[in-house]
Design a protein around this ligand. Sequence first.
Ligand SMILES: Cc1cc2nc3c(=O)[nH]c(=O)nc-3n(C[C@H](O)[C@H](O)[C@H](O)COP(=O)(O)OP(=O)(O)OC[C@H]3O[C@@H](n4cnc5c(N)ncnc54)[C@H](O)[C@@H]3O)c2cc1C
Length: 491
Amino acid sequence: MADYDLAIIGGGLNGVSLARDAAGRGLRVILLEQGDLGGAASSATPRLIHGDLSILERRGFWRVRRALAERRIWLRIAPHLVRPMRFVIPAHSDERPPWLLRAGLYVYDGLTGRGGLPPSATLDITHHPVGNALKRPFGTAFDYSDCVVDDSRLVVLTALDAAEHGAAIRTGARCVRADRTDTWRLAVVDRGHRRTVTTRALANATGGWTSMVADTVLRQPQSAMAAMQMSQIIVPRLFDSDNVYVFQNSDGRLIFASPFEREFTLIGTVTHDFTGDPAIVAMRGADVSYLCDAASRYFRERVAPTDVVRAVSGVNLTPVSARRDGTTLFHARRRKAPLLTMFGGDVTTSRLRAERAVTKLTPFYPMSRPWTAGAALPGGDFAWDRFDTEVDLARDRWRFLGEPEAQRLVAAYGSRLPAVLGEAKTRDELGPAFGPELTGAEVRYLMAQEWARFPEDILWRRSKLGLTMPAADRDALAAFMAGVNDSSRTS
Ligand SMILES: Cc1cc2nc3c(=O)[nH]c(=O)nc-3n(C[C@H](O)[C@H](O)[C@H](O)COP(=O)(O)OP(=O)(O)OC[C@H]3O[C@@H](n4cnc5c(N)ncnc54)[C@H](O)[C@@H]3O)c2cc1C
């Protein structure tokens, strides 16, 4: 008998979503990720949970409605990771006329359905705080509701939920060969050790590597796909308000500027074709300038390439008929074990795509019904409009926490925060400090529960503390993690 019912190659959002869905439906699941969870395109997304106005503009009403339904689900199951915000579109005389924006948002409100977030509104921004950061000529803006999400924590907590439903999650485990008969036999280099895994079905969820893995690892070539790169920049904070600005750039594209980790602003996105190794993806200078110029057109404060503190890029594939929904291919034949291939798509619809993909395996295995829409991710068992209350409760319980720190911790761990901070009465009880916020207790939790192995796993994916941590503290963190690894090996 095969070791597993489903093996998944790739620990990005697509892979972990498949793992969560399948494990909760009773399949024996293993997920193999060559590096860290969410280490590639899934931590370089626009971080939006939305219906997407650009799809609405292309009259994709059904897709927008479905994405907005998913937005409601995310708010319910991940209220710590997903934050509702007011998105502001200033009306620019050279761009889409105000009546068109107003009409579009009216349709967007209608597609949201009842019981959603507050509807859109027209703002006179000459007298409204959201106008303070903008250049003078803007008199009118429209604001509407959508959500932002911590993309890389979404990946990690989805993997954690998969594990809690029985999935084996292996990071640092590269699949180097897969032989297909009526089952799959995989050769895996797992933290330096070669091992064999057998499985009844296989999913290739390797994002930008999908074609390469199909050709060289699975030896099941698939039709040509285009690789695309998406990039964004992070700059020091451009505005104080808790809004996402949506700008219509002079070429008609919509550009987002969102608050990012209190002291920064994320500006994106720019996409173009990509060739090369997805592991070595860097943002082009021209793309950085494009986003800086787009932001400078609207914000009072000029944004220059020298202001960029970090550029984030990811690669994924799109089929020739580029669909934002992403793609799931399913292949099974007599005496040939099933192969699922899932790539691309957006964060908003990732849960639904995984649910549909796993459902394709129902002719092969008995499995229970879809479940992920109704079950909170780890730490997400509270109502989204109680986020501030959860922060207040955390500050009552751990009195040494400042407001911003408590917000970060509740956003990251939700109701699981006691597992991180325990009964500590003072900060000193949490062990050594790395920078102003990260403590030994949090590092130990992330290593024990969330597969963190290296400082980057913590500083860039389980948090974004890498943006502010001084170099000396990073070195101390690396030494501390090495010590924890050594002691867990010897104990
Ligand atoms: C052009 C483009 C446009 C996008 N547009 C949007 C958008 O509009 N909205 C939005 O929300 N998001 C968007 N995204 C982001 C997109 O949602 C992500 O790509 C998404 O998170 C899906 O990622 P994934 O899991 O398919 O791939 P990834 O996150 O890249 O994960 C693939 C994983 O497979 C692993 N892997 C590869 N080979 C092996 C192997 N042999 N063994 C083990 N592991 C392996 C890699 O290490 C990697 O971690 C866009 C991305 C791109 C590139």
